[in-house]
Ligand binder design. Structure first.
Ligand code: SF4
Ligand code: SF4
Length: 368
């Protein structure tokens, strides 16, 4: 099947009619977040996001684009690898007998609409970590099992984006069921779609569509080219692993550590960070205990608590752990970068620490 023009409202109606719980971008608390959507009216029509180091604002557009923004603070990991999930519950009854109830993981049929190309890459990274190893994560496996991915090529990158450096955008190459390009022409927004899987093809076949013209395809290429040209932030990936491992003792880590608040925002917003902690919570009567899995961050002191205490006691050591894992250690572990260039860690760092600037500075040290 080749590209077609489709009616976005019908696409969402059809997803819901087929029993998919549909999630997509919508505005909440002054940001574009991923939430339940039931119609195209729920999408952030006429809004874009303005992003810079430590800066995020919604700004009104003068057109009806529904996907005219870059990425919000949330990534899809909120739905696939949630921040908080119960592992088990233990109860002691009046006779003193103890019962343990493990959490069962049910697959819910879901559709994610508006997945950005960098986010497809991030989902693929998390698949490799949480599904493809010797011990797949059962919660992630259940959450991931029946998800239709409706991707949307990026037409409005932010100043913090650097997907072109990481080879993940602004156009999607793989990993989607349906790929949409939004064509905004004055006061009209149109949607060009192509399938990326058998499920996506069957789904598009069920919609009322019109074949795309050569003009439509050319307009879609223009959207991608214009987006790529607007992405000026760069991260030089060639040899970055060796650069960082060469500079493990650089005084620059201390300089970054003096700025870093160790708030952990960069790990929470990062779509590939996957670390978790286990926390047991008992009730005051002593009859019930629950074990919860929570997102963890390598910026917390407890994260590296071994034996007598944390072995990454300084902010510098914790930032070095995070950055070298993303850009260097991840390559050794998984054969790919742990960074997809979404720019969230730059936007949501309260002091504007920029991973691309720091990578460039370490490279300069090596060159010097
Ligand atoms: S390290 Fe930063 S830019 Fe890279 S994927 Fe994570 S949040 Fe995005
Ligand atoms: S680098 Fe920025 S976002 Fe990350 S922990 Fe430090 S201050 Fe927080």
């Amino acid at each position: 099947m080749t590209a077609v023009n489709l009616d976005l409202a019908e696409l969402i109606r059809e997803l819901e009619a087929r029993g998919y719980k549909t999630f997509g971008p919508r505005i909440r608390d002054g940001a574009i977040v991923h939430d339940r959507i039931e119609s195209a009216d729920d999408l952030p029509v006429g809004w874009t996001d303005e992003q810079a180091g430590g800066h995020y604002r919604l700004v009104a557009r003068n057109d009806p684009a529904r996907f005219g923004y870059a990425v919000g603070p949330q990534s899809w990991k909120e739905l696939l690898h949630p921040a908080r999930s119960k592992v088990w519950e233990m109860r002691r009854d009046a006779d003193g007998a103890v019962q343990v109830e493990m959490t069962t993981h049910e697959t819910v049929k879901r559709a994610f609409v508006g997945v950005r190309p960098c986010e497809l890459a991030a989902i693929s990274r998390q698949d490799h970590v949480l599904l493809d190893g010797r011990h797949p994560d059962p919660a992630y496996a259940a959450n991931r099992a029946d998800v239709m991915l409706i991707a949307v090529n990026c037409g409005d990158p932010a100043a913090t984006c650097f997907c072109t450096s990481m080879g993940t955008g602004p156009a999607a190459r793989a990993g989607y069921d349906v790929l949409i390009t939004e064509l905004v022409d004055g006061h009209e927004a149109r949607y060009l779609a192509e399938p990326g899987s058998d499920a996506g093809e069957e789904f598009l076949d069920a919609l009322t569509t019109e074949p795309a013209t050569e003009q439509d395809r050319s307009a879609a290429r223009d959207v991608i080219e214009a987006a790529a040209e607007r992405i000026t932030k760069r991260l030089e990936t060639d040899g970055v692993r060796d650069v960082l491992f060469d500079r493990l003792d650089s005084p620059r880590w201390e300089a970054i550590g003096e700025r870093c608040l160790t708030c952990g925002n960069c790990t929470l917003v990062c779509p590939t960070c996957f670390c978790t902690d286990l926390v047991d919570v008992g009730d005051l009567s002593g009859t019930t205990t629950e074990r919860w899995r929570l997102w963890d961050t390598c910026f917390s002191l407890e994260f590296s608590h071994l034996g007598p205490g944390p072995h990454r006691a300084s902010p510098a050591a914790r930032y070095r752990q995070w950055m070298t894992h993303k850009l260097a250690g991840w390559l050794d572990q998984f054969g790919e970068s742990g960074c997809v260039g979404c720019g969230r860690c730059i936007t949501w760092c309260p002091v504007g620490i920029d991973i691309t600037d720091e990578a460039a500075a370490f490279r300069e040290e090596v060159m010097a």
